[in-house]
Design a protein around this ligand. Structure first.
Ligand code: RIB
Ligand code: CA
Length: 306
C-alpha cells in the first residue's frame, strides 16, 4: 500500500473517531497500526470503540491494547464529555474483533516500526503513556519514528485544569518523557480547535454524508466538547489535519516544558515562545489555523469516509 506510514495512538472518544475515519479514508496515508490507551474512557471501552469503527468502515488495521492508565497518576476519564461508553449516541453493529492483536501496544508498535522500510509517523491523539513506555522499553525505536504529531497541550487555557489540556494532564510524566526524547514533535494544542469550531452549517452538511454522516452526527449530539448549536471542538481531527494539510496552519518552534511538580499547575504545557527558560526548542507548535479552510477540509474528508 502506498502513502505515508502511520501509527495512530488513540482513546476513542468521539473526536478520535472522526480523526480515525479521516485517516482510514485518506489515500495519502498507510495506517499500519492503531494502539489504544485508557483516557477518555477505560481501556476496554476505547479498544472496543476502535474495533467498532473498523467494522463500521470495513477496514482491516491491526489494533493493539496499551496502558490501562497513566504511568504514575490515577486515570480520571472524560466520560462526562464522550459518554459512559466513550462513543455515546450510536448503536454500532459489532466489532472487527479479528483486528485485535495478541501483542500489547509497546510490542506491536516496536514490531511495526522495525518492519517498516521507512520511518513511521506517530499520530498521538490520547495521553502519551504508550509512547513513553515504548521509548523506555525500546529506546532504539526512536530511529524509526519520523515524527510525532500530537493533539495535546495548550498555549493558553486548559480543558482539564485551569491551564492544562486533558491528554497531557492525564499523564504529565509520560508527556515529559516524550517532549524530552529528541524526536521531531508537532504539538497541535487546544487553541487550534478553539479557533476552528465545526459550526451548525457544517454539521448540516455532515448529516447529509450518508451512513458516516448519520453515525457521526448521532455521536456529536452526545459530545460535550462544544455543542451542535454553538460549534463543536474537534480536537483530534486538527492533529490529522496538520499531517495531511500543514499549509492550513501557522507554526513556530519553541521549548515546551511539562510541569510535573506544581500543586496547582501539574500537567501544564509551558510553551516558551519568548525563550524565558533558555532551553533549546523541542517542538513545532501550531499557533494558528485557517478556520474556514479547516471546516471545508473536515466536511470533505467525512464525505470521503464512505
Ligand atoms: O483535550 C482533548 C483531547 O482529550 C482529545 O484527544 C480528546 O479525545 C481527549 O482525549
Ligand atoms: Ca483523544
Amino acid at each position: 500500500m502506498s502513502g505515508t506510514p502511520v501509527i495512530i495512538d488513540t482513546d476513542p472518544g468521539i473526536d478520535d473517531a472522526v480523526a480515525i475515519g479521516i485517516a482510514l479514508a485518506s489515500p495519502a496515508l498507510d495506517v499500519r497500526l492503531i494502539t489504544t490507551v485508557g483516557g477518555n474512557v477505560n481501556l476496554e471501552n476505547v479498544t472496543d470503540n476502535t474495533l467498532k469503527l473498523l467494522k463500521f468502515w470495513n477496514k482491516s488495521v491491526r489494533v493493539a491494547k496499551g496502558a490501562e492508565g497513566p504511568l504514575v497518576r490515577q486515570l480520571v476519564d472524560a466520560s462526562s464529555i464522550h459518554g459512559a461508553s466513550g462513543m455515546e449516541g450510536y448503536e454500532f453493529d459489532g466489532t472487527a474483533r479479528e483486528c485485535l492483536s495478541d501483542k500489547v501496544a509497546v510490542e506491536a508498535t516496536y514490531e511495526t516500526l522495525m518492519a517498516s522500510d521507512e520511518p513511521v509517523v506517530i499520530v498521538a491523539i490520547a495521553p502519551l503513556t504508550n509512547i513513553a513506555l515504548l521509548l523506555k522499553v525500546h529506546p532504539d525505536a526512536k530511529r524509526k519514528i519520523a515524527r510525532i504529531i500530537m493533539m495535546g497541550g495548550t498555549i493558553t487555557r486548559g480543558n482539564k485544569g485551569v491551564l492544562s489540556e486533558f491528554n497531557i494532564a492525564t499523564d504529565p510524566e509520560a508527556a515529559s518523557i516524550v517532549f524530552n526524547s529528541g524526536i521531531d514533535i508537532a504539538m497541535v494544542g487546544l487553541d487550534i480547535a478553539w479557533q476552528a469550531l465545526i459550526l451548525p452549517g457544517d454539521i448540516d452538511k455532515i448529516r447529509a454524508c450518508g451512513r458516516t454522516g448519520k453515525m457521526l452526527t448521532a455521536l456529536f449530539d452526545h459530545y460535550r466538547g462544544g455543542s451542535m448549536k454553538t460549534g463543536l471542538k474537534m480536537y483530534d481531527p486538527t492533529a490529522m489535519a496538520y499531517l495531511l494539510e500543514p499549509g492550513m496552519f501557522e507554526t513556530t518552534t519553541a521549548y515546551v516544558g511539562i510541569e510535573l511538580a506544581g500543586s496547582l499547575t501539574a500537567g501544564c504545557t509551558l510553551v516558551d515562545l519568548k525563550g524565558y527558560l533558555h532551553q533549546e526548542p523541542n517542538a513545532t507548535v501550531c499557533t494558528g489555523i485557517d478556520a474556514d479552510g479547516f471546516r471545508d477540509w473536515f466536511v470533505s474528508c467525512i464525505k470521503n469516509c464512505g
